[in-house]
Design a protein around this ligand. Structure first.
Ligand SMILES: CN(C)C(=N)NCCC[C@H](N)C(=O)O
Length: 290
C-alpha cells in the first residue's frame, strides 16, 4: 500500500476555484494623456489611441473567453481617464456607492458613472466624501480594505462603512507611484461558500504602505503573496482574479511565478499604452456585484 509523501502533500498547492464575475469596462476611444494627476502621466509623450483600444480589447476578450459578463459604459469625449472604470464607484449587493473624484479633470466622471448605475438597475448612493471607488476600496471576504494618502479620504472610509455596514480597514499609501490601493494590493480569492467566506487571500507590495498598515496586513493575511519592488513598479499588482485565473502584466515575472506556485493560473495581458495614463488591468475593470 502506498502512503502519501508528506513533503509532496505539503508542497501541493490549494485547489483554486474560478468564480463567475460581472465587470464594467469603457472602451478607450478618447484615450490620451492631456494633463498630469499622477507621476506616470507625461502629456509631452505621445499616446496611440488605436493601440490603447487594441490592448483594451484583448483584456475585454479575455474576460469574455473566461465566461465572465462584461458591461460597457459609453466613453465621453474630453474624459480620457474614463477607461479606468474601477474608479467610477464601488458596488456590493446591487448598491453602487458613487465616486467623488479628487482632481477637477475627473470630477465629471462621477455623475456619468452614477447615471449608468441608475439606468442599469443599481441603487445609487451619492457620495458626500472624496473617494475613487474600487481604485481605493477592495472587498476581501467580508471586509473592505480601503486606501488613503493620495486620493480617497479617511472620511470616505467612514462613509463607506456606514453605507455597506461592513468592517472597513484603512490602509495608508506612502509612495506617489502607488496612489490607489489597487496599484499596491490585489485580491486573489474571495471565495464564498454556503457558510460564508471560506478563504480570502491577497498579494501586496509592502513598501507602498506605511508601517502601521504593513503591520495590519501582515497580521490579517499571514499567507499573502508579497511581491518584489520590481514587480510592483511595473504595476504587477494591478491585476484581476476570479479565484483561479489572474490577469496580470507580462512584465511582472516574479509575481507570475509566485502565482503559479500557489496554484493560480496567471494570464498575461499587456496594457502598456494605458500605463501612460497611470492605470493597468484592474483600473480598467469595475466589479458589479448584484
Ligand atoms: C490602479 N489605478 C491607478 C486606478 N485604479 N486608476 C487609474 C487612474 C488613472 C488616472 N489617470 C488617474 O490618475 O486618476
Amino acid at each position: 500500500m502506498s502512503t502519501p509523501n508528506p513533503a509532496a502533500v505539503a508542497a501541493s498547492p490549494t485547489p483554486r476555484i474560478a468564480q463567475h464575475r460581472t465587470y464594467l469596462m469603457c472602451r478607450p476611444e478618447h484615450f490620451t494623456v492631456s494633463y498630469t494627476i499622477n507621476p506616470w502621466m507625461e502629456p509631452a509623450n505621445p499616446t496611440d489611441t488605436a493601440k490603447a483600444v487594441a490592448q483594451w480589447q484583448e483584456l475585454h476578450d479575455t474576460y469574455v473567453r473566461l465566461g465572465h459578463d462584461v458591461h460597457l459604459i459609453d466613453p465621453i469625449e474630453g474624459l480620457p481617464d474614463m477607461v479606468y472604470t474601477a474608479n467610477g464607484g464601488f458596488v456590493i449587493d446591487g448598491r453602487a456607492y458613487g465616486a467623488k473624484f479628487r482632481f477637477a479633470e475627473r470630477v465629471p466622471e462621477g455623475p456619468a458613472f452614477m447615471e449608468w448605475f441608475a439606468a442599469n438597475g443599481f441603487d445609487v448612493i451619492d457620495p458626500a466624501e472624496v473617494n475613487e471607488g474600487e481604485g481605493d476600496f477592495l472587498l476581501v471576504g467580508d471586509a473592505i480594505l480601503a486606501g488613503t494618502g493620495f486620493r480617497s479620504t479617511d472620511d470616505s472610509h467612514a462613509e463607506l462603512a456606514r453605507v455597506f455596514g461592513k468592517e472597513v480597514i484603512s490602509l495608508r499609501l506612502v509612495d506617489p507611484r502607488f496612489y490607489h490601493l489597487d496599484t499596491a494590493l490585489a485580491v486573489l480569492d474571495p471565495v464564498e461558500g454556503s457558510s460564508g467566506v471560506e478563504h480570502a487571500n491577497i498579494a501586496y507590495l509592502p513598501h507602498a504602505f506605511d508601517e502601521d498598515s504593513q503591520r495590519i496586513l501582515a497580521e490579517r493575511y499571514p499567507d499573502a503573496i508579497r511581491v518584489s519592488d520590481d514587480d510592483g513598479a511595473v504595476f504587477g499588482l494591478n491585476s484581476s482574479s476570479d479565484g483561479y485565473n489572474v490577469i496580470i502584466s507580462p512584465r511582472a515575472k516574479g509575481f507570475e511565478a509566485q502565482l503559479r506556485e500557489r496554484g493560480y493560473n496567471p494570464i498575461l495581458v499587456d496594457l502598456s499604452e494605458l500605463l501612460l495614463g497611470g492605470g493597468g488591468i484592474k483600473c480598467c475593470t469595475l466589479e458589479l456585484r448584484r
